[in-house]
Write a protein that binds this ligand. Structure first.
Ligand SMILES: [Fe+2]
Ligand SMILES: [Fe+2]
Length: 316
């Protein structure tokens, strides 16, 4: 039961949200708002960092120096996104170490999409176009969310995501102008990535237990289904432009609704992947743990340097 003062505070909090004010780190907030944001932002930060793995895999095999530079910059951007969002989450009273421990122990979730393998160079195109494309749809809305530090991080991140989206589309457009083998490689990649990309928006709202509360607090501004529809509507014409076929026989324009209709998503696959049984779940965590262990000396050196510096300041 909430005490009267807490009820009063919650009422004021909701009024601020309804007026479109942004909530800052030191403002009063309901404990559940804090917890939900820690969960969402933590998952988001982990996704940025784990998301570096499938693409990082192709840096040494990029087909030209230009492609290598672009991919390197893109993967590096994702590390930066992780850093912003971890820092943003720390304003809610959890430490980065704690979040990383949860990830490495397999207790924290990250986006299901990164548990699929990158089998060909075209997959780098598909990830940029579809995965970063889906991220933009999600994050543009999060940039208008009620928690200030998260919303501001999203504004900056979205600018970079646009570059990621374009570089992916350009890879596919180039392949589609190439040899029959290159076109087949691009099409095969889209056949594998299309449905997992649609799953990135999460389960249908009727099966998403947190949705109503997050919408009321303006942490989320649109439902999962609305965002998925928005992504599909803007992506289908892009596929048609370069001659790619999306692997969904039920996909068709509905003139009356002014939206594309689409087939049924395989939610069993989605739940299998988020519960640890996707193709790459184990590899991804193994790679993160290895990177964490091998990077221990960097953290120790940085801490020793910081201590030395603060000692010098005190002595001075
Ligand atoms: Fe990102
Ligand atoms: Fe990205």
């Amino acid at each position: 039961m909430l005490s009267t003062t807490e009820q009063e505070l919650e009422k004021k909090f909701q009024e601020r949200i309804d007026k479109g004010e942004s909530i800052e780190a030191k403002d009063w907030m309901p404990e559940r708002y804090r917890k939900q944001l820690i969960r969402m932002m933590g998952q988001h930060a982990h996704s940025e960092v784990v998301g570096m793995l499938p693409e990082g895999n192709w840096i040494t095999r990029a087909p030209s120096l230009r492609r290598k530079c672009v991919l390197l910059a893109k993967v590096q951007d994702e590390a930066g996104h992780g850093l912003y969002i971890y820092s943003g989450t720390e304003t809610l009273g959890i430490s980065r170490e704690q979040m990383l421990d949860e990830l490495l122990a397999g207790k924290a979730k990250y986006s299901s999409i990164f548990n699929y393998p990158t089998l060909s160079w075209a997959d780098i195109g598909a990830i940029g176009w579809l995965v970063d494309g889906a991220a933009i749809v999600n994050q543009t809305v999060l940039a208008k969310g009620s928690y200030g530090p998260y919303a501001r991080a999203m504004v900056r991140i979205c600018k970079e995501e646009n570059f990621h989206h374009k570089q992916g589309y350009e890879i596919l457009a180039t392949l589609m102008k190439g040899t029959p083998e290159q076109r087949a490689m691009a099409q095969d990649s889209i056949n594998r990535w299309w449905w997992p990309a649609l799953m990135m928006f999460g389960p249908s709202d009727k099966d998403s237990p947190n949705s109503a509360e997050l919408l009321r607090w303006k942490v989320k501004r649109y439902s999962n289904d609305e965002l998925r529809q928005r992504f599909i509507d803007r992506t289908v014409p892009q596929a048609e432009n370069i001659g790619l076929t999306l692997p969904d026989p039920d996909l068709k324009w509905n003139e009356e609704r002014q939206h594309y209709e689409f087939g049924t998503i395989n939610w069993n696959e989605f739940y299998e992947v988020i519960n640890g049984n996707g193709i790459c779940n184990k590899d991804r965590l193994k790679a993160r743990r290895k990177a964490h262990e091998e990077g221990a000396w960097v953290r120790e050196a940085a801490n020793a340097y910081a201590r030395k510096k603060s000692g010098e300041t005190i002595a001075a």
